[in-house]
Write a protein that binds this ligand. Structure first.
Ligand code: KIV
Length: 289
């Protein structure tokens, strides 16, 4: 299938004198997501957990912002995503929604809020939507969570699936290494992907799987497949913003490309500030009343 890649779009935008790659300035909807796949337009998605970051990321032209439960790691310093609560996710989601004009805002349902039964899942899903004003939810898992997925969809709430490495199951996996390398796990993933599409999910995240499997699933499905470590032949990409901006210097998976070195930028700037304060050079006469 023909795909509109960034070089074509960059050229279009040069002609329009636009600084960032925004093809369509209207608010992104789940409907538009599926249209983007149909037209072969790649989807760019990043995480955000707070108002200011969401505002910057939205302004720069991402199509979707994921209020990921990776907030548990990035914002709270936990080792896994498991401890983050429903209230904490709603707090992050509300903050992000306030900063966003265009991007589709998707919120992760945190661990324990949709696995017990479908009734509890839909109650928690409705709470997130009602209180955060986000656009959609993301749930990790396949066949085993289908009753919850169906009930939430029946309530009119769009769902993005998530298969492959699903960090809420880290204690079952025991490692963050590449998933679905063997045939049995790959076959289960393909079957789960089809089930999620049939249930009515509008998109699917595939995390840390062989690129060939990512390609196959993206070709099999009509809904867009957003990859993180799933190769370049899927319909879009998602990264954790703190990783791609180089804030997390010690996280170096193969799939990560760093677009800035904010670790150095921030520590240098703060170091300069500390030096200026200690040297009685800040504030100067112009910086006081
Ligand atoms: O929580 C998160 O950031 C995610 C992405 C890694 C897809 O689920």
């Amino acid at each position: 299938m023909w795909r509109k890649c960034s070089n074509d779009i960059k050229q279009d935008n040069k002609d329009n004198m636009s600084k960032y790659i925004v093809e369509d300035p209207r608010k992104v909807t789940t409907h538009r997501f599926i249209e983007m796949k149909r037209k072969g337009e790649k989807i760019a998605m990043l995480t955000a957990y707070d108002y200011t970051t969401a505002m910057l990321i939205d302004e720069a032209g991402v199509d979707a912002i994921l209020v990921g439960d990776s907030a548990s790691n990035v914002m709270a310093g936990n080792v896994t995503t498991l401890p983050i609560t429903l209230d904490q996710m709603i707090y992050h989601a509300k903050s992000v929604v306030r900063g966003v004009k265009r991007a589709l805002v998707v919120v992760d349902m945190p661990f324990g809020t949709y696995q017990v039964n479908a009734d509890e899942a839909v109650k928690n899903a409705i709470r997130i939507m009602k209180e955060s004003h986000a656009d959609a939810l993301k749930l990790e898992g396949g066949e085993e969570i289908l009753p919850s997925v169906r009930k939430i969809l029946d309530a009119g709430i769009p769902i993005m699936g998530h298969l492959g490495l699903t960090p809420q199951s880290i204690n079952k996996f025991g490692t963050y290494s590449v998933r679905a390398k063997d045939e049995a796990e790959a076959a289960k993933l393909r079957s789960d992907a089809r089930l999620l599409q049939e249930a009515g999910c509008f998109a699917l995240v595939l995390e840390k799987i062989p690129a060939a499997l990512g390609t196959a699933v993206a070709q099999e499905l009509d809904i867009p497949v957003i990859g993180i470590g799933a190769g370049g032949n899927v319909d879009g990409q998602v990264l954790v913003y703190a990783d791609m901006l180089g804030m997390t210097a010690d996280f170096t998976p193969r799939f990560l490309r760093r677009y800035a070195d904010l670790h150095t930028v921030i520590t240098d700037a703060v170091g300069n500030y500390v030096g200026d304060v200690k040297a009685c050079d800040f504030p100067n006469e112009k910086e006081q009343y």
